[in-house]
Design a binder for this molecule. Structure first.
Ligand code: NAD
Length: 509
């Protein structure tokens, strides 16, 4: 078996664009250097796609869809290909995890977990093949057969962010392929490596030429073409709110299907009767995992007033001890932010919060000494005394910044938690099972955890209420995004209906 190694990786990365089943050069001959955000080292030189390359990729996907090779395969065979993808990803897990860790700066072990989740996603959708072929309708007429079947949507543009590069891609690629679509994947320009590698794996698994295409490059050029080109039938986007609005507007001109997975400003509600140790420990993971660069991060701690002082003091004490470091630093507990530009944006949110009246309990500075100074690190930061009117509470900073609000009654907790334009995820901590269920029912968020934070399974839908997006990924709804519904009616004993004739005038002649 041909195990991907680092030499293969570098060769693939230099190539960059994957069209019609093979690598090709950028039409502009441009290359982008990818740096590891932990220390600025050069990770890879990647061919940078252009608007013209994006149009060529759409043409490749269009032709592959229209010639029918992939859409025409029985679904069960497409599922077999996805299961092979999962096997190959398992074989090459170390190479994938290394590439992901270097691009994002996240700890290698976290990247390994991510790749394992990618494998689970391909296995889940591969296993769904053949389990739902549609419905037969009882028409009440023996000569009429009516059935509702699934059809692929067509050519899908899949646009992904930098925080979980391959995982976010897999949530789109696996169901899109199972449903019989062809696609163009555009990864974040900051973290393209694992998406590039995926093209090799898809080809090896048997995805035919043109069914899977990849264009690297900047959003305003490549992404904009993908969301407006008439050859694209569906755009599935994961990323920021502002970009999501641009994509929705661009897609409107040709009435494309649009699925959006946008940001969140997620509440983590802690009642006084919660198990103290579990709630504190998980409140840290909720926000500081991957340095807060998680769309579902528990960025808003909403804690009952009677336990506020003790709870928040202990949280701050532990947050100060969190060790930062690069992907292969054994002592590190979390990594850097994706870029110095993003780090500066997060810092500006913290400064604004303090100006607006928040009390800084820990963090809130840019490390400028030692090994951390070479990377875009930002320490775990807690702001107390916050309210929903503050920008640092209302807007997504997408960094390791926890804001603290207090409540006294259950109704107030729910009101505060729902006081956001987003609605992606939230959690409630309480030993009272009835209260837990009531609060879970009343939260206007797409995922609700009770006495837990962050777990998800590919079988369960993921997505947001409000401005966290529309549509769902994962689960059955995540497959439905990539399917058209078609009603087929067959009359097996046709005859005239005489609605309009034969006319009586004709009979008189
Ligand atoms: P981003 O919006 O800046 O970029 C996402 C992708 O869109 C990138 O590939 C980028 O090149 C592309 N893009 C940029 N401008 C474009 C345009 N005009 N047209 C088309 N494409 C364009 O987001 P990001 O900074 O990469 O990722 C962070 C954001 O992603 C956060 O807001 C986070 O909450 C969100 N996110 C959401 C989920 C979820 O499941 N809801 C998951 C992960 C990340």
């Amino acid at each position: 078996m041909n195990v991907l190694n680092l030499t293969d990786i570098r060769t693939s990365l230099v190539r960059g664009l994957f069209l019609n089943g093979d690598w090709s050069a950028s039409s502009a001959g441009v290359t982008r250097v990818i740096h590891c955000p932990a220390d600025g080292t050069r990770v890879a030189d990647v061919t940078e796609g252009t608007a013209a390359d994006a149009r060529a990729a759409v043409a490749s996907a269009r032709q592959a869809f229209d010639d029918g090779t992939w859409p025409g395969l029985p679904e069960i065979e497409r599922g077999q290909v996805l299961l092979r993808v999962a096997d190959l990803l398992g074989r090459d897990k170390a190479a994938y995890a290394r590439a992901e860790a270097l691009d994002t700066g996240k700890r290698y072990i976290e990247a390994e977990y991510d790749i394992q989740d990618v494998i689970s996603c391909f296995r889940y959708y591969g296993g769904l093949a053949g389990t739902d072929s549609g419905r037969v309708i009882d028409t009440g007429q023996p000569d009429a057969i009516s059935k509702v079947v699934h059809a692929p949507v067509g050519v899908c543009a899949l646009i992904t962010p930098w925080n979980y590069p391959l995982l976010q891609a897999s949530w789109k690629v696996a169901p899109a392929l199972l449903a019989g679509n062809t696609f163009v994947l555009k990864p974040s320009e900051l973290t393209p490596s694992t998406s590039i590698l995926l093209m090799e794996t898809l080809r090896e698994a048997g995805v035919p030429a043109g069914a899977a295409n990849l264009v690297t490059g900047p959003g305003p050029d490549v992404g904009a073409v993908l969301s407006s080109d008439p050859g694209v039938d569906l755009v599935s986007f994961t990323g920021g709110l502002a970009t999501g609005k641009l994509i929705m507007a661009a897609a409107a001109a040709t009435v494309k299907r649009v699925a959006l997975e946008l940001g969140g400003k997620n509440p983590n509600i802690v009642f006084a009767d919660a198990d103290r140790e579990s709630a504190i420990d998980n409140a840290l993971t909720a926000i500081f995992l991957h340095s807060g660069q998680v769309c579902s991060a528990g960025a808003r701690l909403i804690v009952q007033d009677s336990i506020h002082d003790d709870f928040v003091a202990e949280l701050a004490r532990r947050a100060k001890d969190i060790r930062l470091g690069g992907p292969f630093d054994d002592d590190a507990e979390t990594g850097p932010l994706i870029s110095s530009g993003h780090r500066d944006k997060v810092h500006a949110y913290v400064q604004t919060g303090v100006t607006e009246g928040a009390r800084l309990l820990c963090g809130g500075f840019i490390p400028d000494a030692g090994s951390l100074a070479a990377g875009s690190f930002y320490p775990p930061t807690i702001l107390d005394g916050c309210h929903a009117g503050m920008r640092v509470v209302a807007e997504e900073s997408f960094g390791p910044v926890l804001t603290v609000e207090t409540f006294s009654t259950e109704q107030e907790a729910v009101r505060l938690a729902n006081d956001t334009s987003y609605g992606l995820a939230g959690a409630v901590w309480t030993e009272n099972a009835s209260r837990a269920q009531r609060v879970a029912r009343d939260l206007r968020h797409g995922t609700v955890w009770i006495n837990d934070y962050h777990p998800y399974v590919p079988q369960a839908e993921w997505g947001g209420f409000g401005q966290s997006g529309n549509g769902r990924e994962l689960g059955l709804a995540g497959l439905a995004e990539y399917r058209e519904t078609k009603h087929i009616w067959q009359n097996i004993n046709p005859g005239p209906s005489h609605w309009f004739g034969p006319s009586t005038a004709g009979a008189q002649q």
